[in-house]
Design a protein. Structure first.
Length: 290
């Protein structure tokens, strides 16, 4: 099957290559022509000179937000055959996904939102978690491609995938900030970070931040998870807007949003999302790294 792929950043580049390795005929585009050319050097991938060349039965996007997806889609839709499918695997706002679906329907093109969770390494290895949403028949068609990228979960109607992705990332951000806060308190008491993590990860406080982000990307001093702080903040804002729409208590979500917004303003442009821990270190006057 021929697949168009737009967006070849930290995640998209690995996903594109993975699809080619699994036998798909991939034509790839990125706004950075050099990135697209580099992807085209991989067997099974052809670099597209423009968006129109992405036309294929299935087009996958891995772009920063719904506005970027819509920009590509608006240029691409007139070139797609009726019955084609656009699969947005990035983190877009659910309302943007629904609007794109309405625009695509005018061309008899379907849209599936299937945002991913996982690292760039997981993208390259085909070990992502994908949250697919849309009409059942469209999701089934999308799974023919998405199955090469990891485990696909069908989560509901159009927009549900992007809603779940934002809520998942909001929870992830809460966890990261909370783990950093308690570890900095322990550091002040004289506890060693490695010892704290060993016990936390063998106890009920363990989570992805304590098991992966802190040991791999913070205590190492690399701060290189591969997911930008600005993108995490975008998802936090989507998540808290969903909390607001739902009504009821949302203290953790809103406190998390306020913390990350302050960190975003004070950290360097382009900061990795785990650098929120560096910001908390600066605020406390202590470091978790030895």
């Amino acid at each position: 099957m021929r697949v168009g792929f737009a967006g070849l950043g930290a995640m998209g580049g690995g996903m594109c290559r993975r699809l080619a390795e699994r036998g798909f005929d991939v034509v790839a585009y990125d706004a950075d022509a050099g990135v697209a050319t580099a992807a085209g050097a991989h067997p099974g991938v052809r670099a597209a000179a423009g968006v129109a060349e992405l036309a294929a039965p299935v087009v996958v996007t891995m772009l920063p937000d719904g506005a970027a997806v819509r920009q590509v889609a608006d240029e691409l839709l007139p070139h797609l055959a009726a019955g084609s499918l656009i699969v947005d695997t990035g983190s877009s706002a659910p309302e943007d996904t629904l609007a794109l679906g309405r625009a695509a329907a005018a061309y008899d093109v379907a849209v599936v939102d299937a945002p991913v969770s996982g690292s760039p390494a997981a993208a390259r290895a085909g070990e992502l978690t994908l949250m697919a949403a849309g009409a059942p028949g469209d999701v089934a068609r999308a799974e023919e491609v998405l199955g090469a990228l990891g485990t696909v979960y069908r989560v509901g109607p159009a927009g549900a995938g992007h809603a779940l992705k934002a809520l998942n990332n909001l929870l992830s951000a809460v966890n990261l900030a909370a783990v950093a806060e308690v570890m900095l308190a322990g550091r002040a008491f004289g506890l060693e970070p490695a010892a704290m993590l060993e016990v936390i990860n063998a106890s009920t406080g363990r989570n992805h931040a304590s098991q992966t982000k802190l040991p791999d990307h913070v205590l190492s001093g690399t701060f290189d998870s591969g997911f930008a702080l600005r993108l995490m903040l975008k998802d936090i804002r989507i998540g808290t807007s969903l909390l607001a729409s739902a009504g009821g208590p949302a203290a953790f979500g809103h406190a998390c949003r306020q913390l990350w917004e302050k960190a975003y303003v004070e950290l360097p442009e382009g900061a990795d999302n785990v650098e929120v821990v560096r910001w908390l270190e600066n605020a406390s006057g202590r470091e978790l790294r030895a």
